[in-house]
Ligand binder design. Structure first.
Ligand code: SAH
Length: 492
C-alpha cells in the first residue's frame, strides 16, 4: 500500500454543551466527547464537560490564550480543518447551542467549503436555560406568544448596527439579549424610545444554571442601575417582557439547591467521583475534584464461588471486579452472601444478588458480629489488597477456612497545585474511605481549611489518627448518606 494515499478526512461535530449545568449536556454530546480524537472547546462549557474524553484525546482550549485573549476565529477554524483533514474525528464543543451566537454556522461553512463532513448537535441555549432556571417561561399563554433572541454585543449608538431598534421595540413578545450586560443602559433606553413601557419587567440572569446563578429583577427604567448595584458580570442574559415578572412567583432554584454557594472537594478516585460530584452539583454545590487515590485492578483468578459457603464483599469495587470474573450470578446461589454496608449491597443488587447479611454499621467489626450465628466452613473474601484483616482473622478464629481474594489495590495519586489549593480552600472536603483520608493528607500535606465530612466510623478513625476531628459524620454510610449529612450541616 502506498504511504502517500490520500487520507480520508475525519468528521467535524459542532456540538452544543449547554449553558453550564453538566446535567443539561445531551446524551449525544457526551457520546461524542467520549469518542473524539480531538476536542476544541470554548470557555463557556460546563465544568467537567470533558471528563469523559479519551485519555489519549487531544484537548485544545480555543476559548482563551493563557487565561487572556480569545483565540481568533480564523485560528479555530484552521485547527478544525487541519485535524479533520488529517483523518481525525473532531468535536467542536461550544457553550449553549452551536448555532445560536456561537459562530457554528461559519465553522460549518468552512467544513463544507473544504469537503470535510460535519454534523451538528444542538445544545440547550442559554436564553432558554438561564430563563428557565430563573423561573421565567420565555413564552406564556396570554403574556408572550413569541420570543426573540438578540445579540446585545453591538453598540446601539453605532450607525452601522445590524439591529433595527424600532422594529425590536415593536416585537410582539419576549426579548432575550445575549452578551449585553455592558450595553444594558443603551438597550433599555432604545427600547423605551421605540415605544416599550418603562415599567416593562426585566430579569438579568448571571451564570445561569451554574451553582452560583444569580437573578436581578427590575424594569426597563431601573434595570441598568439595578445591574450596576448588583455588580452583574458576564455571562449574563437579559429577559425583557411581562414573563420576566413570573420570576417573583416561579423561582424554584433556591429550594432545589441547598448547596448554592458552597464549594465541596471530592477526594475519592476519579472513576468513582462522578456520581457523588453530580449529586453535589445538582444541589447547587461547586465541586472541586481532588482525587488523591486511584484504583488499580489486580490480575487474579476468581475461584468458583460454589466451593464456599460464605462470600463476604467488603467494598463496591470488590463486587464490580468479582463479577468481571464470575459471569453467572447463579454461581452464588448456594452461598451466604454478606456485604459490609449499603453501598456494597447496592452494587450486589445491580448483579441480581440480594445480600443475606448487611451489618448495621459499615465496618468489619460489625460484619463479624452480624455473621456470629451464620455457620461458616469455607469463606471467600473478595476485597482490596490493603484491606484490614479483621474479618478473615475472626472467621479463622472460628475454625473456618478463609480465602482472601485481593481484586484491586488503591494507589496514591499526586494532586496538582490547582486541585490542592481548590480542595483546601473549599467549604467542605468529603472522604468516602480511610484510604482517601490518608492519601489525600499525604498529597496535600494538611487537612486544615475545609470542614471535614466523613462517610462513617472507619473513615472518621483515619481522620482522628491524623489529629483531625471530623466536622460531619454521615449517619448512613453511603455517598447519599454523606450528601444528606453535608446538606444538613450546610443548612444548620
Ligand atoms: N451559543 C451560546 C451563546 C454564546 S454567546 C448559547 O447558545 O447559549 C455568549 C453569551 O451567551 C454570553 O455573553 C451570555 O449572554 C450568554 N450565556 C452563555 N452562557 C450563559 C449562562 N450560563 N448564563 C447566562 N448567560 C449565558
Amino acid at each position: 500500500m502506498s504511504t502517500d494515499a490520500p487520507v480520508q478526512p475525519g468528521t467535524v461535530y459542532l456540538v452544543g454543551a449547554g449553558p453550564g449545568d453538566r446535567g443539561l449536556m445531551t446524551a449525544r454530546s457526551l457520546e461524542l466527547v467520549a469518542s473524539a480524537d480531538v476536542i476544541l472547546f470554548d470557555k463557556l462549557i460546563p465544568a467537567d464537560a470533558l471528563s469523559g474524553a479519551r485519555t489519549d484525546a487531544v484537548l485544545i482550549d480555543v476559548g482563551k490564550i493563557g487565561g487572556g485573549k480569545q483565540v481568533p476565529q480564523e485560528t479555530t477554524t484552521a485547527l478544525l480543518l487541519q485535524h479533520a483533514l488529517g483523518g481525525q474525528d473532531v468535536v467542536r464543543l461550544k457553550g449553549g447551542d452551536p448555532f445560536v451566537f456561537g459562530r457554528g454556522g461559519e465553522e460549518a461553512q468552512a467544513c463544507a467549503a473544504h469537503g470535510v463532513p460535519f454534523q451538528v448537535v444542538p445544545g440547550v441555549t442559554a436564553g432558554i436555560a438561564a430563563s428557565a432556571y430563573a423561573g421565567v417561561p420565555v413564552t406564556q399563554r396570554g403574556l408572550a406568544a413569541a420570543v426573540a433572541f438578540v445579540t446585545g454585543h453591538e453598540d446601539p449608538a453605532k450607525p452601522e448596527t445590524q439591529i433595527d431598534w424600532p422594529a425590536l421595540a415593536a416585537f410582539p413578545g419576549t426579548l432575550v439579549f445575549y452578551m449585553g450586560v455592558r450595553q444594558l443602559p443603551r438597550i433599555a433606553e432604545q427600547l423605551v424610545l421605540g415605544g416599550r413601557s418603562a415599567d416593562e419587567p426585566v430579569a438579568v440572569v448571571e451564570r445561569g444554571t451554574y451553582g452560583d446563578q444569580r437573578s436581578i429583577r427590575g424594569t426597563l427604567a431601573t434595570i441598568a442601575d439595578d445591574a450596576v448595584a448588583a455588580g452583574v458580570k458576564p455571562p449574563s442574559i437579559t429577559v425583557i417582557g411581562p414573563v420576566a415578572a413570573l420570576h417573583d412567583e416561579l423561582s424554584w432554584l433556591d429550594a432545589a439547591r441547598p448547596l448554592a454557594g458552597v464549594t465541596v472537594a471530592v477526594t475519592r478516585a476519579r472513576a468513582q467521583a462522578s456520581t457523588l460530584a453530580a449529586r453535589l452539583r445538582a444541589l447547587g454545590a461547586t465541586v472541586v475534584e481532588a482525587p488523591a487515590i486511584s484504583i488499580q485492578p489486580l490480575e487474579v483468578q476468581v475461584p468458583d464461588p460454589r466451593e464456599f459457603d460464605l462470600v463476604a464483599f467488603t467494598s463496591p469495587n470488590a463486587v464490580t471486579r468479582f463479577f468481571e470474573g464470575v459471569k453467572d450470578a447463579r454461581a452464588l446461589a448456594g452461598s451466604t452472601v454478606a456485604a459490609i454496608g449499603p453501598g456494597t449491597a447496592r452494587a450486589l443488587r445491580e448483579h441480581g444478588i440480594v445480600a443475606d447479611v448487611v451489618p448495621p454499621r459499615s465496618i468489619a467489626e460489625s460484619l463479624v458480629d452480624a455473621l456470629a450465628e451464620v455457620p461458616v466452613t469455607r469463606a471467600l473474601i473478595p476485597r482490596a489488597e490493603e484491606a484490614r484483616d479483621v474479618l478473615p482473622d475472626a472467621l479463622e478464629a472460628r475454625g473456618a477456612q478463609v480465602v482472601v481474594l485481593p481484586l484491586y489495590r488503591t494507589i496514591a495519586e499526586p494532586l496538582d497545585d490547582e486541585a490542592r489549593a481548590g480542595a483546601l480552600g473549599a467549604t467542605y472536603a468529603t472522604f468516602t474511605s480511610a484510604s482517601s483520608v490518608r492519601f489525600f493528607h499525604t498529597a496535600a500535606g494538611t487537612l486544615d481549611g475545609p470542614r471535614l465530612v466523613s462517610i462513617g466510623p472507619a473513615t472518621s478513625a483515619a481522620l482522628r489518627e491524623l489529629g483531625y476531628e471530623p466536622h460531619v459524620e454521615a449517619e448512613v454510610h453511603t455517598p447519599d448518606g454523606l450528601v444528606a449529612a453535608l446538606v444538613a450541616d450546610a443548612s444548620a
